[in-house]
Write a protein that binds this ligand. Structure first.
Ligand SMILES: Nc1ncnc2c1ncn2[C@@H]1O[C@H](COP(=O)(O)OP(=O)(O)OP(=O)(O)O)[C@@H](O)[C@H]1O
Length: 256
């Protein structure tokens, strides 16, 4: 008898607790994040969404007093025991709320990661830059200004450039922490369309305060409250038939 295909999970989080000194910010989080899906993290301010997303590529390592117990498997390997944190951050890229281009040219922003990874051949770098800008839907707008400063781009263009920079490091996951909250509606729509295209090749985890955004683009939604994962389900199911009354209150705007 043919074996069923194994379900593919990019992350398998088990019993994750996180403390900032004595204060517990994440409580016993367990969830599986599926490959080539968009998973939205929602919940009121201070509930632990950013803390959780930053744990997935160990960015919290830089915070003094922050410690973690429990397990996160990334593509089957324990990120705290079996994976080098720098290598992890190439595989699990991150885009922030405020676009963060370097004060360098468009080209150098995108070539930065590959250069650090040891690629110095000009033609190879040009290919990576073009491919990454195309994937991030920036090429047509930016091909004639590759050698101009990235700081001259609009906020929405800067955010897509940051996505291109992330893609150039050849990740399999893109973490997005409120990537559109500083952007106008048209730029927001471009990033949402882009996320939907990118999930064909990448796993995406996005923190958002916009219920509409979670609904429009995510396959799964995780609702956090006071450091706990209260509900995790298919987005359609969560928004039409939430199983926890707190989830319902939050998504219908009664608190948060
Ligand atoms: N570097 C830090 N040191 C100490 N406490 C922190 C730190 N970062 C976050 N916290 C605390 O951890 C808790 C969760 O914060 P976090 O930023 O993860 O929430 P959030 O859900 O992302 O909030 P928001 O939607 O406002 O961004 C909060 O109580 C916050 O004050």
């Amino acid at each position: 008898m043919a074996k069923a295909d194994p379900v593919e999970y990019t992350f398998d989080v088990n019993g994750l607790d996180l403390y900032y000194d004595q204060t517990q910010a994440l409580k016993d989080i367990s969830m599986k994040i599926q490959k080539n899906q968009i998973t939205a993290l929602i919940g009121p301010s201070g509930c632990g969404k950013s803390t959780f997303i930053k744990t997935l590529n160990r960015m919290n390592d830089w915070i003094e007093g922050c410690h973690v117990t429990g397990q996160i498997l990334f593509e089957g390997k324990d990120i705290f025991k079996e994976v080098d944190s720098l290598a992890l951050r190439y595989r699990v890229g991150m885009v922030f709320q405020q676009p963060t281009p370097f004060p360098k040219s468009v080209f150098e922003n995108v070539a930065y990661g590959p250069r650090i990874q040891g690629i110095s051949n000009k033609k190879e770098l040009e290919e990576i830059v073009e491919q990454s800008l195309r994937q991030a839907a920036c090429w047509d707008e930016m091909k004639d200004r590759l050698h101009q400063s990235a700081l001259g781009l609009s906020g929405g263009q800067q955010q897509r450039l940051c996505i291109a920079r992330t893609l150039a490091a050849r990740p399999s996951v893109i973490l997005m922490d409120e990537p559109t909250s500083a952007l106008d509606p048209i730029s927001t729509q471009k990033i949402e369309d882009l996320a939907l295209e990118l999930k064909e090749k990448y796993t995406i985890v996005i923190v958002t305060h916009s219920m509409q955004q979670a609904r429009r683009i995510s396959d799964k939604t995780a609702f956090f409250l006071l450091g706990e994962l209260l509900e995790f389900n298919d987005t359609i199911e969560m928004f039409t038939n939430p199983s926890n009354p707190k989830t319902e209150e939050y998504i219908t705007g009664r608190f948060g």
